[in-house]
Design a protein around this ligand. Structure first.
Ligand SMILES: Cc1cc2nc3c(=O)[nH]c(=O)nc-3n(C[C@H](O)[C@H](O)[C@H](O)COP(=O)(O)OP(=O)(O)OC[C@H]3O[C@@H](n4cnc5c(N)ncnc54)[C@H](O)[C@@H]3O)c2cc1C
Length: 533
């Protein structure tokens, strides 16, 4: 994985292989996971996305690494255990650099019913049992406990104190960023030999043939494959008509951290009148808070980018306002985003080989022509979903592959937490790239010939992303334009005003990489070929 960099994550289909063991369609967390799983089992892989890495649902999540408590509440013990196991693998083995323990409090007030208090405490204990059952260390996720009113206010100062009667403190996993996880998985897959192509749309697929269009040139390509995995999330039914989905929309708001001053702990604010629904207030490391989320059924064709409705925004503001001293207003909302949950319709017709038992669990479906669709699940369980999909695809195609090894395979940049903490590199880069923070900086120095002061300065006032990250996005992560850089390699685009402020920096990064590539003999005059090293 070291030595001369090799172009691996590249927009378009120029010089893409025309014959592979496995084509993976879709580069959300699921498809990126499938590409990694298959490449590390020794299969030749072409993995494509019509737009970009993490273009779909995978960038609109709550960025949590769930322990599966909600499944337990529905009596789905096996699914809950699987989720807790995958959370432990992500936090302790594969991505300690991209995850952290997130404390969250549930406040009780004089109007919180006894039944709700008992239920919340039971949930807290069950969550810890799941952690222990999954053998996740208490150093990774500390045990939960009750909080007095004084302790609660010390942890979450902006909570409304009138009527507060204490609460609970629990821990779950939180991602640095969902799109960053996808990008890191895709880069790791590429480092293990997968060909990863963005701007490559699959027009039609059978189990042995895929017709694609290069979205840059408009040219069509045909690839012969021994197996094909459809990991296109809410668009899965467009490729395999036996797959039917019933998506639902989840909306989050973005607020500046100063809106609820001093809040560093997540708060689960109860929805008035419900004993089990909460709105989450989730502090982020970049000076923002997310507030979410909703669950609205969606009909009709799936939009490329879903939009939140004003009624969802109003609902979230109302619930949170009831729990905090300062009421929230529409103009506190500096950004809002919505994602579509790829929920399988229980009556889906792909019946014969369906392993779906429940709509919120993942399902592996093999179509009449042999395309294996993997759908549902969640970010947390992507690794297990990928394993199941590759097992099904190799079985359907009679392909010989090595055993799955992703449960013990650290993603690029991963290291034990103590090692990460000891790195003498900019904290933000370590949080987003782990041990690869050094590579981010050294390659940006080499490409731009700029000094660290310029490479590590925030790209705009109040926008902590740096030029070094933008340059690395282009040189190593396949970013091809301003949108890739602002909306997926970084998440600056979640706040439209920040996006405008940072646009010039993204254009500057693209120009710097292009002029570097153009100045090297034999290099293409474009910065869009990503390399892994
Ligand atoms: C609001 C919300 C919050 C969530 N929060 C969490 C959370 O906190 N934790 C958690 O674990 N899970 C969470 N989830 C669930 C999780 O985000 C999803 O299950 C997961 O991201 C789905 O990933 P995917 O790769 O299957 O689909 P997607 O990310 O949608 O990827 C599908 C990809 O396929 C591509 N594509 C589509 N058609 C084609 C084609 N014809 N050719 C080529 N490419 C194509 C698209 O461009 C897209 O990039 C949340 C979901 C939602 C909606």
């Amino acid at each position: 994985m070291t030595g001369a960099p090799t172009p691996r994550i590249t927009p378009g289909l120029a010089a893409a292989p025309t014959e592979v063991d496995l084509v993976v369609v879709g580069l959300g967390v699921t498809g990126a996971g499938v590409a990694l799983d298959a490449a590390t089992r020794g299969l030749s892989v072409l993995a494509v996305d019509a737009h970009d890495l993490a273009f779909g649902t995978s960038r609109w999540s709550s960025k949590l690494v769930h322990g599966g408590l909600r499944y337990l509440a529905n009596g789905q013990v096996g699914v809950a255990h699987e989720s807790a196991v995958e959370r432990g693998i992500l936090m302790e083995v594969t991505a300690p650099h991209l995850t952290r323990a997130m404390p969250y409090v549930v406040p009780f007030t004089s109007s919180t019913g006894r039944a709700q208090q008992l239920l919340t405490r039971a949930g807290m204990r069950a969550g810890d049992l799941l952690r222990r059952g999954a053998r996740t260390s208490a150093d990774t996720l500390p045990p939960p406990r009750r909080l007095s009113t004084t302790e609660l206010l010390a942890m979450a100062p902006p909570l409304r104190s009138a009527g507060l009667t204490g609460g609970t403190l629990s821990w779950d996993g939180q991602l640095e960023d969902d799109a960053r996880l996808v990008t890191t998985i895709a880069r790791t897959a590429a480092a293990h030999g997968a060909h990863v192509r963005t701007r490559a749309r699959v027009l039609s697929a059978t189990g042995t043939r895929v017709d694609l269009r290069d979205e840059l040139s408009g040219a069509t390509h045909t690839v012969a494959a021994r197996a094909v995995v459809n990991a296109t999330g809410v668009w899965a039914g467009d490729l395999v008509d036996e797959v039917r989905l019933r998506p639902s929309r989840g909306t989050h708001l973005v607020l500046r951290a100063e809106t609820l001053p001093g809040l560093t702990t997540a708060v689960f604010a109860p929805v008035p009148g419900s004993t089990s629904r909460f709105v989450m207030v989730l502090p982020q490391p970049d000076g923002t808070l997310y507030v979410g989320l909703t669950d609205e059924p969606v009909e009709g064709p799936m939009p490329d980018v879903p939009t939140p409705s004003e009624s969802e925004i109003g609902f979230l503001l109302d619930v949170v306002s009831a729990s905090f001293t300062r009421p929230l207003h529409r103009d506190d909302v500096i950004g809002a985003f919505a994602g579509l949950r790829p929920l399988l319709d229980a009556s889906t017709g792909a019946g014969e080989d369906a392993t779906a038992d429940l709509s919120r669990r993942h399902a592996v479906l093999t179509s009449r022509t042999g395309v294996v669709t993997i759908v549902g699940g969640k970010l947390t369980t992507y690794r297990r979903m990928a394993q199941d999909a590759v097992d099904a695809a190799t079985a359907a195609a009679g392909l010989t592959a090595r055993a799955c090894r992703t449960a013990t395979l650290p993603l690029l940049g991963a290291a034990p937490r103590a090692e990460l903490a000891a790195l003498e590199l900019p904290t933000r880069l370590v949080r987003r790239y782990g041990t690869d923070a050094a590579l981010v900086l050294s390659s940006a120095r080499e490409v731009t010939r700029l000094g660290d002061a310029e490479l590590l300065r925030p790209v705009a006032e109040g926008v902590p992303a740096t030029l070094a990250e933008l340059v690395f996005g282009i040189t190593h992560e396949g970013a091809a334009d301003v949108d890739d850089l602002l909306d997926r390699r970084t998440r600056i685009g979640l706040v439209p005003a920040d996006r405008e402020a940072a646009r010039a920096a993204a254009e500057h990064a693209l120009a710097l990489v292009r002029s570097h590539a153009g100045s090297r003999p034999g290099q293409p005059p474009s910065g869009s070929s990503a390399t892994v090293s």
